[in-house]
Design a binder for this molecule. Sequence first.
Ligand SMILES: Nc1ncnc2c1ncn2[C@@H]1O[C@H](C[S@+](CC[C@H]([NH3+])C(=O)[O-])CC(=O)[O-])[C@@H](O)[C@H]1O
Ligand SMILES: O=C(O)C(=O)Cc1ccccc1
Length: 260
Amino acid sequence: MSDASYRDAIFSTPLDRVARFSFDERVVACFPDMIRRSVPGYGQILGMLGLIAQRHLRHGARVYDLGCSLGAGGLALAGQLAPDAFRYTGVDLSPAMVSRARETLAAECPDHAMEVIEGDIRQLEYQPAGMIVLNFTLQFLPPKDREAVVARLFAALEPGGVLVLSEKIRAEDEQENAWLVERYHDFKRANGYSDLEISQKRTALENVLVPDTLAEHHARLDQAGFSRTHTWFQLLNFASLIAFKHEASRGGATPTPDEV
Ligand SMILES: Nc1ncnc2c1ncn2[C@@H]1O[C@H](C[S@+](CC[C@H]([NH3+])C(=O)[O-])CC(=O)[O-])[C@@H](O)[C@H]1O
Ligand SMILES: O=C(O)C(=O)Cc1ccccc1
């Protein structure tokens, strides 16, 4: 298969019926362009993964990248960490994404331990992990399935482990939300998408990408058992959170900010 990447023009012509958005071959072919032009802060969030891992990951521990798409999270980590610093397991449900991700990671980081599993993050048998990345993936699960997945991830994390959760979010306040969505559409327009593309993509994502509020995310993480959660990034209606699983062996000692 070719590793060429194309400009996203999927919603550029008028469609009689806009189908539900899916991660099929057509999306895979233009995905790097689509996500960079559609997700404010995407590159900056990826660039922080290595820094977060350097601070919080036990040397040699496993990192899960759930809904890894083309393995961008793995590439970012391998670019910043030594081969013995971590073992990467990407997981994605889309066969087209998985085969491209495997090719890219084998070619770009042959010295690192990188595997990609085709599977559903709701059913995966998780191995113990030091860091779990959900970079714009939880938002695609039916809302009723989100709590159970987060609980499973908490169980899979080693004490001292971290979950990085990046999501499109909805603001609680209707006016604030409307302002953020309008400026997000401006952002897309400035990145070369037409009004037609913006509106057809919006239709395709209805009931497929269902954003939660930041308060809902924090509450779900707290409920799963995470000892602390921070919102460390937000640009318009896109945000990233970090959740810490408490180090069990500290026996009541007060954790420093880096140890929470
Ligand atoms: N149940 C599921 N199980 C596994 N994968 C799933 C599931 N549902 C959806 N996916 C996968 O989650 C990914 C979401 S994209 C992630 C970007 C990437 N993290 C990146 O940093 O480039 C986000 C976006 O396109 O906005 C797709 O590849 C789906 O196939
Ligand atoms: O929310 C949107 O309008 C987007 O375009 C985000 C997005 C980016 C890439 C794939 C699916 C959704």
